[in-house]
Write a protein that binds this ligand. Structure first.
Ligand code: OOG
Ligand code: NI
Length: 470
């Protein structure tokens, strides 16, 4: 039994996610427009889709954000901050393979109940300063980062208090959320002079974005739409500077994984420490559509088809690219029954009315396998929603927001950054270990969570068919 002296972490996360959304609406008015646009599309679509995917309540509060931190110590602070809101590091994404000098995880809730109440996630990237080959510049960046403190003193006190007493009272939790919001707000005042900013920006725009400000400003908040094609069209119609194509799989009858698009970051006025004014682009808008989580087998097929589709993407216009993608993805089964039968996606099982009437029909020895129970109409299936991210899409989102400035594609960047794919590939497990060392804990493997959910739902449904009482 939970101690009601303390606020439930799910409740703290909900307060925090609402607070972030209000703050970001005030900071980036276009984000407010995006929320309105997505809400109206979701309302139209909800009736058709939510019968397949039952999560009415969470949709209106569902969003993810992203931050980028500069040091292992800063990353460790976020582990402590997010766990208070019931968010843990799930998934490891090495974006250096795609030419972006960061590696990342997503802090998110993991239990079914917590996801249903508010699935707020923060994609958190750690800058890899070791990839700056100019030693003097790297040292300078380190020194600048060492001087900043991204948490208020009161926030640190509250985190320590929470760790000591294993929870926060309602008053302390409200105080905590207010203090935590400060960490994510925008700073129009840089903590370096213009020349330093320019030198870091020259090395990579991301480095300037992470190093030159007082804190890791939230750079986007992404609402979830039920129809990203309709939302993308609306975005273009309302004049938003939208990304050329939607990241992820093509339009399908059965949505899988994650499809995302964004409007580009705008140049914002910055005052530098030496009084100069300049511009910096950081904050953008993104929307996403989520579909079924894929098994390792399904994911391998997805990755292979994406590579195949990407081989000649450059020459194609947006529409031609989507057509091409759809053609390539015709090799990916597109009914829930097939996706289940071929073990490409994760599912929840439910007893049908036929199943309800078959209580105790089987023993552990006679129980058929899942596919047979589905075929015989005793169990029905619904897809388990993908709660995580995609490294190729994430890199595409990063890059579309850097492109308007001096982003240099990986092949031309050899003089300042060592980012060739082969080097990055060889270091993958090593870099994950380093990331985990900085986090202060192991990263949870997403498919472990989905497999567990699928297994538990099968156990519960078949226990009934075997007459086992819980
Ligand atoms: C994070 C970009 C990744 C997504 O939705 O894939 C991301 C960033 O730009 O910091 O948010
Ligand atoms: Ni995002």
């Amino acid at each position: 039994v939970a101690d009601d002296k303390y606020m439930d972490p799910d409740h703290i996360r909900d307060l925090f996610s609402r607070g972030m959304s209000s703050m970001y609406q005030a900071e980036v008015p276009l984000y407010g427009d995006l929320l309105t646009l997505v809400a109206s599309i979701n309302e139209q679509k909800a009736k058709e889709q939510l019968t397949d995917i039952s999560e009415q309540a969470r949709l209106s509060v569902e969003r993810h954000g992203a931050i980028r931190v500069g040091t292992p110590e800063e990353l460790a602070l976020f582990t402590r901050l997010f766990v208070i809101m019931g968010m843990q590091a799930v998934g490891y994404y090495d974006l250096t393979t795609a030419g972006v000098p960061v590696h990342s995880t997503a802090f998110r809730p993991i239990s079914e109940a917590a996801l249903a109440s508010n699935p707020f996630r923060i994609f958190t990237s750690l800058l890899r300063l070791e990839l700056i080959s100019d030693v003097a510049l790297r040292e300078q960046a380190k020194q600048i980062l060492a001087k900043r403190d991204i948490f208020t003193e009161r926030l640190r006190e509250l985190i320590t208090l929470c760790e000591q007493q294993s929870g926060l009272t309602h008053a302390q939790a409200h105080d905590f959320v207010g203090e935590a919001l400060h960490t994510f707000r925008w700073h129009a005042l840089a903590n370096v002079d213009l020349a330093t900013y320019q030198a870091l920006h020259q090395a990579h725009p991301l480095i300037a974005d992470v190093v030159c400000f007082q804190g890791p400003h939230i750079n986007h908040l992404t609402p979830r739409t039920l129809d990203i094609d309709a939302a993308q069209q609306q975005m273009i119609k309302s004049g938003m500077d939208t990304k050329a194509h939607i990241e992820g799989p093509p339009t399908r009858h059965c949505p899988i994984l994650l499809r995302q698009t964004s409007f580009k970051a705008q140049a914002e006025t910055i005052r530098f420490a030496d009084g100069h004014e300049g511009v910096h682009s950081a904050r953008f808008g993104e929307i996403e559509q989520r579909g079924a989580a894929l098994t390792t087998k399904g994911r391998a097929l997805y990755d292979a088809l994406l590579v195949k589709a990407g081989e000649d993407i450059q020459e194609r216009s947006t529409d031609a690219y989507q057509d091409h993608l759809r053609a390539v993805f015709s090799a990916f089964p597109d009914t829930w029954q097939q996706l289940h039968a071929q073990q490409l996606a994760f599912f929840y099982y439910h007893l049908t009315s036929t199943g309800q009437a078959a209580q105790g029909r089987y023993t552990p020895d006679t129980l058929p396998d899942a596919q047979t129970l589905v075929n015989e109409g005793l169990l029905s299936i619904t897809p388990i929603i993908y709660e995580d991210f995609l490294p190729v899409s994430a890199a595409g989102i990063f890059q579309s927001n850097l492109a308007s400035h001096t982003f240099i594609p990986p092949s031309d960047r050899a003089n300042s950054l060592v980012l060739d794919t082969e080097t990055a590939m060889r270091c993958i497990s090593q870099s994950q270990l380093e990331f985990e060392r900085a986090l202060g804990q192991k990263i949870i493997e997403p498919n472990y969570l989905y497999a567990q959910q699928m297994h538990q739902s099968f156990q519960a449904a078949t226990a009934y068919l075997m007459g086992i009482k819980h």
